[in-house]
Design a protein around this ligand. Sequence first.
Ligand code: DAH
Length: 365
Amino acid sequence: MSGPNTDYDPVEVTPLKAAEVEAVRDAALVAIEAAGSLDELRQVRLDHAGDRSPLALANREIGALPPQARKEAGQRVGQARGAVAKALAARQVVLEEEHEARILVDEAVDVTLPWDRIPTGARHPVTMLSERIADVFVAMGWEVAEGPLVEAEWLNFDALNLGPDHPARTMQDTFWMEPVENAIVLRTHTSPVQARTMLTREPPIYIVCPGRVFRTDEYDATHSPVFHQVEGLVVDEGITMAHLKGSLDHFATSMFGEGITTRFRPSYFPFTEPSAEVDLACFVCRGVDSEHCRTCKGEGWIEWGGCGVVNPRVLVACGVDPDRYTGFAFGMGIDRTLMFRHGVADLRDVFEGDVRFTAAFGTEI
Ligand code: DAH
């Protein structure tokens, strides 16, 4: 390696000339100031302060200068590089701040804006109550049964000991499907599911059947042409009215709370013998000071549904041996149960589909 070239005149080395260093420095400073983003600044840094930038190349020339010339050239280039480095750092700070400020603006969430999401719906309280009722019986080992809404007249009436001329047929105002000679109705109660089950299965039978029923009733605060019932049917050996009473007491307690039992009043249904109306102990006054109770209106009891021991004629019509088996059955209004349970004053609220009514019952999954 040869020593330094003492003849070397820095003034003659173009990249180290004062005017040249200044021009390169100024070009760098202009470019730094012009960089509009961190990405652009990165490129400017490479071009003006990187290994192959004019100032870096000039810096390399210094070592080749004669010692007396190095100091001045070194100072000149060093100052220029320092100025560029400082300008880069300052521009970096400014651009980072701008970048962060922009993120804050772009990604800002205005929590005061009115929300416009579609409100969450809620399951209908009749659906929820129907499932809850079914759960009470499923927990006792019963099964849930279903039947069609459009039903054969024979299953809706005749099989249940409601023959064509039976006066009780007029108790249920019926929707007939056209043509009427086809003898098809919209089921007037859930009781045909009893007949369908007995016709297709052998006892023991323990079923509960919640569902929709139809009658030509006026639509008012307590009536609707469509409503919901729950039917229960047990057919087994040795079944008595006592089993019926115990099952209904358990049902009442599950729906309305501890101590709310049932009482039977003699009644008549063609499909049961003996038959009873089921009353529910008033769950508001519990029979105490009932004169002032607005729920039971002084009765201490609320009418809930019908029930009885399955009429042997029904067992026979449905192919069950009445000498071996006995059974009990009951039927209640689900909408009515909902109205008691939740203080719904007008049945129409149950059917009008206003989401404010439904949502008030909360969401159950
Ligand atoms: N099906 C009757 C009705 O809709 C209710 C009923 C009463 C059902 C007595 C029964 C029962 O199973 O045993 O009016």
